[in-house]
Design a protein around this ligand. Structure first.
Ligand SMILES: CC(C)(COP(=O)(O)OP(=O)(O)OC[C@H]1O[C@@H](n2cnc3c(N)ncnc32)[C@H](O)[C@@H]1OP(=O)(O)O)[C@@H](O)C(=O)NCCC(=O)NCCS
Length: 204
């Protein structure tokens, strides 16, 4: 049976952080080192209270197996720094801000929603969780009046690119960077986009 998608709850945060760091460690460890899971959990707790952020989890047989973070608008620039500083201190927050600025995606357009992170536990892949979470993102973005769903993916990330292409995403542009290569072992990233059907007026 396809994993069910439901809203993330505060009690899910430890599982979500573990899955995220397990799946996207190459992005998070250069920024947070051995504190990646703590930092991810702190950011998620903070994000769960933000109106512009949606988190959903995929649940399979009562177990959280996947997580997606959908952004309907840019969070305030200080939000990331403040949440990490509260958990790990100012020096680590500064370091993480600098490292992750290499991957920063400039402000979302009003007609755009952005998949910030998508991750499925390694033990639960190829059972439909990734597709179910991505489908939810497209539906939610359309319900919120957005016309485009976007995301960045590493050019070498075959499984994710297969999924995105199968779900109607097309490449829009490529970004090559030294920082991407040195910090994240991701010399080339691809911006992909899916056009969404109109579904009523945008939310305020
Ligand atoms: C990418 C990821 C989220 C896919 O999650 P998943 O639950 O395994 O994906 P699904 O089972 O829903 O697969 C849906 C479709 O995606 C494609 N796909 C997924 N994994 C694939 C793989 N390893 N090879 C080829 N195609 C793949 C297939 O088209 C698949 O459909 P099918 O199983 O009917 O052939 C998961 O592999 C993951 O967490 N990877 C690490 C983190 C990551 O890369 N996140 C995305 C960053 S942009």
């Amino acid at each position: 049976m396809t994993p069910a998608v439901r809203p993330a709850r505060p009690a899910d945060v430890p599982d979500m952080a573990r899955i995220l760091v397990g799946a996207l460690g190459e992005k998070l460890r250069p920024a947070f080192g051995r504190h990646a899971e703590r930092a991810a959990a702190a950011l998620m707790r903070d994000d769960l209270g933000r109106p512009e952020v949606r988190y959903r989890v995929a649940e399979d047989a009562g177990r959280v197996v996947g997580v997606v973070h959908l952004a309907l608008a840019q969070s305030p620039e200080s939000a990331f720094f403040d949440a990490v500083r509260a958990e790990l201190g100012a020096a680590r927050a500064l370091r993480a801000s600098l490292v992750l600025s290499a991957l920063a995606y400039p402000g979302l357009a009003p007609d755009e929603a952005y998949v910030e992170e998508l991750a499925v536990d390694a033990s639960a892949r190829r059972r439909g969780a990734g597709r179910a979470l991505l489908t939810w993102c497209a539906d939610e973005a359309a319900r919120s009046g957005r016309r485009r769903l976007t995301l960045w993916v590493g050019a070498a990330n075959g499984p994710a690119i297969h999924l995105y292409r199968a779900e109607g995403f097309v490449p829009v542009r490529r970004r090559r960077s030294l920082a991407g290569r040195l910090l994240f072992r991701m010399p080339t990233a691809i911006l992909m986009e899916r056009t969404l059907p109109s579904a009523g007026p945008p939310l305020p």
